[in-house]
Design a protein around this ligand. Structure first.
Ligand code: SF4
Length: 259
């Protein structure tokens, strides 16, 4: 089992790897950078190159049917981030494969699965042909207001928990409708050349969450804030953040969450 440093998950599972950039939030895709390194290290899952214009070395979309049964062997309940190195709803992941992933989730109710996508436009076509397990949380990434339409697509899917990942947050999300959205993660961009995130945008989101009973989770303040405050690229020890931004809550139901 692959452990993860992602704050809100306890494990990762990558039945597919590789992807293609689709919107500005992808510009500094950590998975693309990591795939290049993993290919150079000889990692078997990262030997297919993607198109240089949208993807990169070791980051070609690849299915890994041999990993489909991995979670069956994990006895301890885990909070599993599905496809930290890909996008399950990429157009080249066949519906039959997505169905198999969903079947594994349904067969392992001890785990909580989190699927995050930027390809909510595929939901209307595939959602009616999937059997949605009760331990699946589905989220969409929204980096700026140009992509609020992903939230409307998310609202229409029958996921047990629906969430938004506003990370990297690249602009204010004026007009965001949180009706039917259980959880919102917000965070700035990290790494070299990170684009700045205004704390005012995060505060606006926290106020929206408050009005709509959506659980907020502020993941990181980003490299720009960190530079100003002499912290590490993720914003350092969160106990040093402004008090009103130290918010890390999870939505109900939390019963299946491991820790
Ligand atoms: S959708 Fe996600 S995994 Fe794919 S390129 Fe964009 S940031 Fe990377």
């Amino acid at each position: 089992m692959a452990d993860t440093s992602i704050e809100w998950a306890t494990a990762v599972w990558n039945p597919t790897t590789g992807c293609d950039r689709v919107s500005p939030g992808c510009d500094k895709c950590y998975a693309l950078t990591m795939a290049r390194r993993l290919k150079a290290m000889g990692s078997a899952k990262y030997q297919v190159d993607g198109h240089p214009a949208t993807s990169g070395s070791g980051f070609g979309l690849t299915l890994h049917p041999d990993t489909l049964t991995d979670p069956l062997g994990w006895r301890r309940p885990e909070r599993i981030f599905v496809n930290s190195m890909s996008d399950l709803f990429h157009a080249r992941v066949p519906l039959a494969f997505v169905q198999q992933v969903f079947e594994v989730m349904a067969a392992t109710p001890q785990h909580t699965y989190m699927v995050l996508t930027k390809r909510a436009g595929r939901f209307p076509r595939v959602a009616p042909r999937l059997s949605w397990p009760s331990n699946l949380w589905v989220g969409v990434s929204v980096e700026n207001a140009d992509y609020l339409g992903r939230v409307d697509e998310l609202r229409a899917v029958p996921a047990a928990v629906r969430f938004i990942s506003a990370e990297p947050l690249l602009g204010p999300l004026d007009g965001l409708d949180l009706a039917g959205i259980d959880w919102l993660i917000a965070g700035g961009e990290s790494g070299p050349g990170a684009r700045p995130m205004s704390l005012a945008w995060v505060r606006d989101l926290l106020a929206m969450c408050d009005r709509c009973d959506t659980a907020p989770f502020v993941k990181q303040l980003g490299a720009a804030w960190a530079r100003q405050h002499g912290a590490d690229s993720k914003g350092g020890d969160w106990t040093h953040w402004p008090a009103d931004l130290r918010v890390r809550t999870y939505p109900a139901p939390v019963g299946a969450v491991a820790r």
